[in-house]
Design a protein around this ligand. Structure first.
Ligand code: AMP
Length: 608
């Protein structure tokens, strides 16, 4: 593996170090390890890396470090080919600069109110992320002044050139200070890029990650196109379907490791996490349990799994697609050892398919597309295993002690069939949850718009916040720990995989006068005639979840939580469908009630 640096080896400020820790980054990714030291040094850099490698932080971290805080002029400029990338880069920079007071970032792109953008520039943004066309417009309107820019970044420079932005880019760079530092990031190094380099960079350092290991052949490699929110469901289905006993699950961040472990444990799997925060002793304990088979699923980051040498690992899951091709090789090399065969499953969400292609190019191995097992496939396999276990227990004997149980159950009015079926169900641990077979895959374009939790959101009409759908089984109790059987329990999750829209993408407030016409995907909201749509003036920005809303509505009015219909949570407000007969009670009892400690106002949403 390339020489990876810990973030504390990169001479970062306390504030950025803390932000990176909060984001769950364990070490700098290869492109970050290569690029950050040079950029911090003040060198011009050409970074050859695509999305998904951590390139944003590679230029974002040094830019944040170099901004003079509280100085209200544009010091850092990042040009991106698309509005979606600009928004994504801005979000990452906001997270990275969370503790840096006086670093202000704003985004400017076409298709959105220029006045609002002018206002945010006037407010004193010192980092501007934008698309070339809008940047030019703002320069022409004298709303954007670039003479104090100390660092200019062209992100996805090759894309921008392909999209015909060369002249715009040149005009923009001409506006900046000649002493600026210039950074290009590009997936490819074409002639036009080199021409731009010669013209605008000063003795640039080319950084790219050198790879040198190739994949093991004993491993069956498959990928699954999934929705972001269905990753856990698909993972557990695959584990059950293939009867995997020892499994390694790889995630990109520590935080993610903890989340995945918790979810797996809730679903009844013996899972433990391995990441850099563990002390040596804890790490040894976890590994010993994994080797002994007491822990069957080990969830790890790339760094924590270094040096991990466990035989008989049945499968490796790339729960998150790796940040680097070489990580892929390292990850899957943990299975298929000592002449045995192993499996490597990679979950791919939306645009991560491009990263998968890169991995295939690098490893020169075609990774086939796998078919997600259906619920009945999984049940079928589990039934077979159950029958085997029963047969083995009968063969083992010593059953006399339990002979009277069936009689007692008959006395209690249960038939033998009922008893057996109940025992099978209890034993197999398969519980139907909100995931139908049809809503796991991220294959089609419609599905792509939901459920992605990584990569770029290509949806043009990204208005709206998270939409939540209520499954058959109400589960809001789980958030306040009232869940009974927690295995495989359904859970409300945002259909956009938890990505909250920023205020740009949420419908504007005026829309509420008409009621929401569309959902996040721009599909019209379908009114249920038996329901009344309520407007509540609290939303995602208050970190509100459907469980909070259901809890408050049901708690205040006494109506059963499971009769509440569709809940759409937007940035600043939400819509909740309640059955007509409960509407008066909701209006009455919710007047002045609080949700998450905030006094709320509930009204009937105006019809569209
Ligand atoms: P990017 O290539 O910038 O689009 O980043 C891809 C994803 O990796 C983003 O979700 C980042 O937050 C995440 N990421 C960036 N750097 C690291 C790191 N050093 N460790 C783990 N995740 C990272």
């Amino acid at each position: 593996m390339s020489q990876l640096l810990r973030f504390d080896e990169l001479s970062l400020s306390q504030e950025v170090q803390q932000a990176v820790t909060d984001m769950g980054f364990e070490t700098a990714s290869p492109i970050q390890s290569e690029a950050i030291p040079f950029i911090l040094e003040g060198r011009d850099v050409i970074g050859q890396a695509q999305t998904g490698t951590g390139k944003t932080a590679a230029f974002g971290i040094p830019m944040i470090e170099k901004i003079i805080p509280f100085e209200k002029s544009v010091q850092g400029l990042i040009l991106c080919p698309t509005r979606e990338l600009a928004v994504q880069v801005t979000e990452e920079i906001k997270k990275l600069s969370k503790y840096k007071k006086g670093v202000w970032v704003t985004t400017v792109y076409g298709g959105d109110s220029i006045e609002r953008q002018i206002k945010s520039l006037k407010a004193g943004a010192n980092i501007v992320v934008g698309t070339p066309g809008r940047v030019i417009d703002l320069i022409e309107r004298r709303a954007l002044k670039l003479e104090n820019v100390k660092m200019a970044v062209l992100d996805e420079a090759d894309e921008m050139l392909d999209m015909g932005f060369r002249e715009d880019i040149e005009s923009i760079l001409e506006e900046t200070n000649v002493d600026r530092q210039t950074i290009f990031f590009s997936a490819t190094m074409s002639k036009p890029i080199m021409a731009l380099t010669t013209r605008y960079q000063n003795d640039p350092k080319l950084v790219k990650v050198v790879k040198n290991e190739i994949t093991n052949v004993n491993i069956e490699q498959l990928y699954y196109d999934v929705k972001g929110r269905a990753k856990m469901e698909v993972t557990t289905r695959l584990m059950d379907f293939y009867g995997l006993k020892l499994v390694l699950v790889f995630c990109n961040q520590k935080k993610r490791v903890d989340e995945v472990v918790e979810e797996l444990q809730l679903r009844g799997y013996a899972a433990e996490g391995l990441h850099g925060d563990l002390r040596q002793q804890q790490r040894n304990n976890v590994l010993a349990k994994f080797r002994a088979g007491q822990v069957s699923v080990l969830v790890a980051t790339d760094v924590a799994a270094r040096g991990l040498d466990v035989e008989n690992v049945d499968a490796v899951f790339n729960y998150d697609i790796p940040l680097d091709e070489e990580y892929y090789v390292h990850r899957i090399g943990r299975t298929g050892r000592a002449g045995k065969t192993g499996k490597a499953f990679t979950l791919v969400v939306g645009p991560e398919r491009n990263r998968l292609r890169e991995i295939m190019n690098y490893t020169k191995v075609k990774i086939d597309k796998g078919v997600i097992p259906t619920f009945s496939d999984v049940v079928g396999v589990k039934k077979g295993m159950f029958i085997e276990r029963v047969r083995a227990a009968v063969e083992e004997g010593d059953l006399e002690l339990f002979n009277d149980v069936l009689d007692n159950l008959h006395h209690a009015g249960l038939s033998t069939e009922q008893v057996v079926s109940a025992l099978v169900k209890m034993n197999m641990g398969v519980v139907k949850n909100e995931f139908g077979d049809e809503n796991l895959s991220g294959d089609d374009r419609r599905n792509d718009r939901f459920g992605r939790d990584g990569g770029r959101d290509s949806g043009r009409d990204s208005r709206g916040g998270g939409r939540f759908e209520r499954g058959g089984r109400s589960d809001y109790g789980r958030s306040d720990d009232r869940g009974g059987d927690r295995r495989g329990s359904g859970r409300f999750e945002p259909r956009d995989g938890g990505r909250r829209s920023d205020s740009n993408s949420a419908p504007r407030y005026e829309d509420r006068e008409r009621g929401p016409r569309t959902d996040k995907a721009g599909k019209p909201y379908k009114k249920d005639p038996g329901m009344v749509r309520m407007f509540v003036n609290i939303g995602a920005s208050e970190k509100i979840s459907p469980a909070n809303i259901v809890g408050a509505f049901a708690g205040e009015t006494g109506m059963p939580g499971n009769v509440i219909g569709q809940i759409d949570i937007f940035d600043k407000y939400s819509f909740v469908d309640v059955p007509k007969e409960y509407a008066p009670a909701v209006l009455d009892r919710m007047a002045g009630a609080t949700i998450k400690g905030r006094r709320v106002n509930v009204e009937v949403s105006k019809p569209s």
